[in-house]
Design a protein around this ligand. Sequence first.
Ligand code: UDP
Ligand code: MG
Length: 328
Amino acid sequence: MSERTEAPVLYFVIPCYNEEAVLPVTAGSFLDELEELVQKGKISAESRILYVDDGSRDRTWEILREMSRGDGRVLAIRQSRNRGHQNALLAGLMEARELCDITVSMDCDGQDDVHAAEAMVDAYRDGCDIVYGVRGNRDVDSVFKRTTAQGFYRFLAWMGAEVVYNHADYRLMSARALNALAAFPEVNLYLRGLAPLVGFKSTVVEYTRRERQAGETHYPLRKMLHLAFDGVTSLSVRPLKMITHLGLLLALLSLAGIVWAVVRALTGGTVAGWASLMCIVCFMSGIQLLCLGVIGEYIGKIYMETKGRPRYIISERTFEGEKREHVP
Ligand code: UDP
Ligand code: MG
């Protein structure tokens, strides 16, 4: 693809949920980076920062409103209620795609090194439509978080869900890629898994993941496990295939057991054991319930998909929006 010569209009898309502690700390660095990129002629002066308030219960929205009043480069939209990071991010991306050439999505806690955006923009101008920010090292994360997070990527890959290793949601997407993403109607959102499905030319940019500047993580282990399970069941049907394989394996094992029991009976040996029988019955019931649960999980997803509820609802904007169609 040819090089892109014009400086693109960039929108940083930054979801925030109850971030009153961190916003005043990090907001300046986003603006500084934006200004630096404009000065270097890498992006257009029309570039903006678009915050998405994910229905915060603290002063986040007030802070965002004040910031946007004080600086024309700061825009903010608000979700009608808390819907989670992925939905908030999608709301921002869909809002931005009609206003800009490229978006860079980031967390608002300063963990994603904003300076990596320059390399992302360079890659875009070299012809890439999606640029994945990839964590170079995880030294600042606790050993526990690091091992669980790495295990998470391996698990996803093993389960047949294509994800970019060590990539979260720090990502550049062109308007073209965003328009393609808009055509994915799924309600069960897992954006980092959808981006590779969108395709187009892509590359990765390494950055150093830093510590949260203030406030607390919204992703404790419970939510991480939920996200992992959600990711797998949204992207792949491998668990269903594994159930089939497990069923086949157990059936073959029990067939062997039956043959063994018959042979023992014919040769005069007694087949002993109420206890062993009970163990096997309990074990089998457990496996069956587990399999039913996994199947049920998929049925639940189908249920939510058929309802086709809106994936986000924007209740407020700090800027005069031209009349825009709501994209569910
Ligand atoms: N976030 C959100 N809605 C939520 C939870 C989190 O918009 O319901 C935002 C949050 O403000 C932050 C980003 O998602 O900008 C990532 O969250 P966090 O930093 O808590 O997760 P971690 O980086 O610890 O995985
Ligand atoms: Mg974070």
